[in-house]
Every structure is written in C-alpha cells, then in structure tokens.
Design a protein around this ligand. Sequence first.
Ligand code: E4P
Length: 221
Amino acid sequence: MKFFIDTADLDEIREAADMGVLDGVTTNPSLAMKAGASNFEEHIYKICELADDVSAEVVSTEYDAMVAEGRKLAQIHEHVTVKVPMIREGVKAIETLSNEGIRINCTLIFSPTQALVAAKAGATYVSPFIGRLDDISSNGMDLIASIRTIFDNYAYDTQILAASIRHPMHVVEAAELGADVATMPFDTLDKLIKHPLTDRGLEKFLADWDKLQEQKAGQPA
Ligand code: E4P
C-alpha cells in the first residue's frame, strides 16, 4: 500500500519524507488555505521537491477552464498529479488531460458509479472520501470494497486512493480491502507506528540495560 500525506504544510511533509515511507502528498484548496499557500504554484513546486507524487486541485468548474488549469498545474513539476472533482465537466476534462499523459486524481468520490465513470474516463486515481461518508452515518469502507470489486472485475488499472482518513483503523481496513493508496493527516501517519506495549517494552529493556551497566561497574576488576 502506498502512503500519501494529506496536507499542504511543508514542515509536516518534510517530517513525513524523513521517515522514508512517504509515497506522495494530496492537497486541496482547504488545505492550501490552512497552510497559507497564497502563491499556490510556488508552494506546489516546493512540495514536489519533497515528494514524488503531489495532487494539486483545479478550482475551475467548466471544461475549457479545467483543462487549461490542469495543463498549467502539470507544468509546475513532473511530480504533479492534477486533481479534478467528480462533476460532468470534470469527467470531460479527465478524458482530455489523461489522453495527454497527465496523471489525474478524481476527487470527491462518494459512490461506486462515480468511481466507475472516473476509471472509464482514464483517471490514474479515484479518491473515495471515507471519513465524510462515516460522518453522515454511511459506511465509507463499503465504498472501498465495492470499487475494489468493480475495478478487479474489469481489470481497470485506476488506483483506489482512500481519502478523508481520520484514524489508523481506517488505514487498516482500507489495506485489508485492497485500496492501493491511503492518504492521511500527519497525525494519523504518526499514530500508525505507536503502541503502548512498544513504549513500555522499550522502557523496561533500557532500564535493565542500565542495571547491567551498574552491575558491571560494581564488579571487582
Ligand atoms: C483527499 O485528497 C482530500 O484532500 C482529503 O482526504 C479530505 O479529507 P477531509 O474529509 O478530512 O477534509
């Protein structure tokens, strides 16, 4: 499974990249706003210097403007993946841009039919928003399972990018269901490596090691 981090915060991205397990970054206009990325293109370029696959989202909603914006974003850096929302004009733009060899992440996916249409249009990734479905008492994981079955039935190579992940169990369940990518906040990535028994175990090992050194120091020469 690929790990992406869902943020536009450069410090968080640097920290995640230093862990050596980061495969990419997803951003969206809300995350750009949170990071104060007013010079958006320059900010995306900086992220691209830290990560190999960086989703940058178009904000136009008409086909011509979406295509122009997508081309411009793709020119910022070869690591850019253009994020396009699942609307009818977006589907047309996905078709055009993917035919030009531009990687596309089709975002705001909330149903299996939306994912199927995005795959047919040539998207590299579809982003089902798990957490936002859970928020409205729907089961986000059911959507991942359904998309996995559909893509496997027809051998679509579009990758399932589990998005709107809120906690480690979302990552575990998405991995069990065969999602190709999980994009998560830095905090969730950090939680993936935490376990209280690991901390307690290490504390005891280190304390016993110190005792051993004391014993050694107390032994006659
Ligand atoms: C994905 O690409 C989106 O940026 C993101 O996962 C949305 O997550 P949220 O529902 O926590 O805003």
